[in-house]
Design a binder for this molecule. Sequence first.
Ligand code: TNX
Length: 725
Amino acid sequence: MFAMRTFLLSLALICALGVGAQPLTPSIIPQPLKTTQRQGVFTIAPTAHITYSEGLHDSADYLAEYLPLPTEPYRALREGDVVLMLNANLAHEEYTLDVSRNCIIMQGGSTAAIHNAIESLLQLLPAEVYAKQMALPQSVMQLRVEDKPHYAYRGFMLDVTRTWVSVDELKHFIEALAHHKINHLHLHLSDDEGWRIEILSHPELTAIGAYRGGDSPVMPRYGRWSEKYGGYYTQAQMRDIVAFAARRNIVIIPEIDLPGHSHNIARVKPDILCNYTPSLTSSAGYDTRGVFCVAKEDNYALLEDIFRELADIFPSPYIHIGGDEVSTSQWQHCPDCKALFEREGMTGYGELQSHFMMRVAAILEGLGKHSAVWNEAAEDGRMALSTRVHCWEGMKQARAILSKGYPTIIEAGEYFYFDMRQGPREGGHDWAGVFDARKTYFFLAERAQLEQSAGRVEGVEAAFFSEAYLSNRHQPYNFLYYQTYPRICALSEVAWSARGEWEEFYSRLVAHYQRMDNMGLSFRIFPPEVSYSEGVLTATNDDSTAIYYTTLGSDEEHLYTEPILTPKPYLYAFRSRTELGLSPEAGVPERFATSRPKVHITTSLPVSDKAPLSRAESYSAAARTTRAARSGDWVEYRFERAVVGTRRMEFHTGTPRMPRFILREGYVEVSSDGEHFTRVGDLHDGGIVLEGYAKPLKALRVVCTADANGASYCLIQPPVILPEM
Ligand code: TNX
C-alpha cells in the first residue's frame, strides 16, 4: 500500500512538473504577495538584451551572471528584451515583474527592489540557472507578480569563530542567502574561540588570536585538539565581501561579542581582564577567564580603536556589540570593578554590564553607528531606545524586550537556531529543541500573535553557531548547508510572505530541491518513513526523491525499488537523496535501541555534588567533574555483568556530539575479567567507539595523557550500548 502511495505521489509530481519541462504554475520561495498568471509563454532568445534604466548597471550585470545576455542602457522598449527599471511609485523593496508576450519588464522602488525582482525571475527559469549553465532560447510562463516583503529585516547570523569559514565559502553562502531574499548577514566575528577580522592598529588580534591550538596561547575548546586551527579575513577581503553582499542586497552587520565571550582576546591581551590573580587549580594551570574588566579605561580606548576600523569597513548603520551570557563573577573578584560598583551606588552586579555596554554604545554613536545587542544587554531597559535588540533566548524574552519599546529582531532559538539538531540522531545542539523546517515555518502562527500586540518588530533572523560544524567537517556533505537548508527556505517564507499553509509551502519546497542542488547546497531532506509488517520492510517518502539503503556492517548504498522481505528489519537503514540533498538515516525503532546494563563508574577526578557519577550510571545525564583532567587521570566503567554480543559501544567524555569539556587526549584499555587490562585504542574527540567488539567486556578504563582542556571541568557521559539482535 505504501509503495502504491509513493508511486501515485511520484506520478502526481511528474504530471505537475511535466517531464523535463517547466512547472505549469509559478513556484517561488518566498511566495510573492500577488501573482496573476497569463496564457502562454515568452521566449528569451539568445539575441535578446538586458536593458536597464539609470542606476541599475550593477543589477543588470548581476542578472547577466545567470541569464547569459548582453546588457545595455535602456533607450526604448524593444521586443524580446529583459528590462530593469526604477519606479518611484514603488516602495523601497517593492517590485513588479511582468512577463508578457513581447518582453520581460521588472520595476522596483530601488536597487534592492530590483534585486528582489531578479531573484523571482530566476525561479521562473529552469533550475540549472543557479549553476550558471542556462542555455538559450528559454521559455518563461507569462505572468505578473506584484510583491513586497512582510518584514524589512530578514536576517541570518553566521558564527565564523568556532569554525572558520573561508572567503570563498562565505561568498557561496551569501549567494544562496540572496536567492532567498535574505537581506542582512550578521557575522559573528569574535568569540572565545577566535578573532576573525584584521585590526590594523592591533595586528596581534588576528596574528595570534585567529588561531587556537598548537603553539597559540589560546587552547582549543572544540574539535581539532592537537593542531593549530583558524583563519581570518583581511580588511581588503572583508571590503570585497561587503561589496559582494551589497550587490546582492545584503547588508553585513559585524559583531564583536562583548564583554563576555572574550576568552580569545583575553589570551592575546591579558590586560583586558580584571585586576586579580585567579586560582588556576580547576583548569590544570590554564587561565579560563574571558570577560572584559568594566573598570579599566584602557579597555574603552582599545575598543574605540577596534570599532573605528570596523565603522570604516562596514557601511551598515548598526554594529553588533554582543552582550550575551555574561557571568559577573570575575567582576565580583575585582577590586577595581567593586570600587566602581560602590562609587556608582549600584545594587546588583548586572548593572556593571549595562555600564559597560552603554559606554561601548557611546563610542559607536561617536563613530556614527547605532548598536545592536543580544537581549540580555537590554533587559534592564537602560540602553538607549535606538539600540536594536536581537532576542535569541526565546519568545518570552522577545515579548519583554518589545514591551520596553526597542526595535526588535526575533531570533528565538526555538524557531530560528539552525545549529539545533533536526532529528534525534543528527548533529547539533538541542538546548532550544530538536526541530526541522516545519517548526520554523510555524513561526507564522507566532507572527500573527505578535502583530496583535504593540511593539516594534523589525524582522526575523536565524542563526548558525558553529561549534558542531567543526566536528562535522569530515562529513561527505557540508554540515553548514545540511543544518541551514531547507530551514532558510522556511525562514525566507516567514520573513517575506504575507500568509501561508504548510502543505502548499511544502509542495513549493519540493520543487525547490532541484534549485538547491544547482546552488550547490547539501540540504536536508525529510527522512523516509519505514514500516515493517509480516516480514516485509517498506520505505516511503512523499517528495519523490530516490531512496537508498545500506545494511548493517557495510557502507555500500543500494537503490530501493521495492519492499524488502527480511526477518531482520533492523539490519537496514534508509536515506532519501537528490544530487546533493540527503535525509538522515531512517529505520525500524529496534535498529536504534540501546540497552542499559548495570554499570559502576569511578574516576580519579573530583566530581560535582550537583552532577554526580550516578547520573551517568543511571544513563540519564552526564556527570561533571570540578576540574579539568591532567595527565594520569582516569575514568573507569565496570559492568555488573560482563557485556557480550554488542553491535556497537560508545564511551564519551564532553558534551554529546559536540566535543567540549573532554579528556583532551588519552588511551583506552579493556578487560574481560575486571583485573587484566589491554589497550584497544586512543581517544578521539574525547571518546571511543567499539564496533563489533567480540569479547565479553567487564570493564573499560580511559586514561588521560594531556593536561587541561581549555575549560575548568570535564563531562563524563553514560555509555551507549547497542545490543546485537
Ligand atoms: C548561545 S546565542 C550562544 C552562543 C552559542 C549558542 C549555541 C548567543 C547569543 N550565545 O555562544 O554558540 O548558544 O546555540
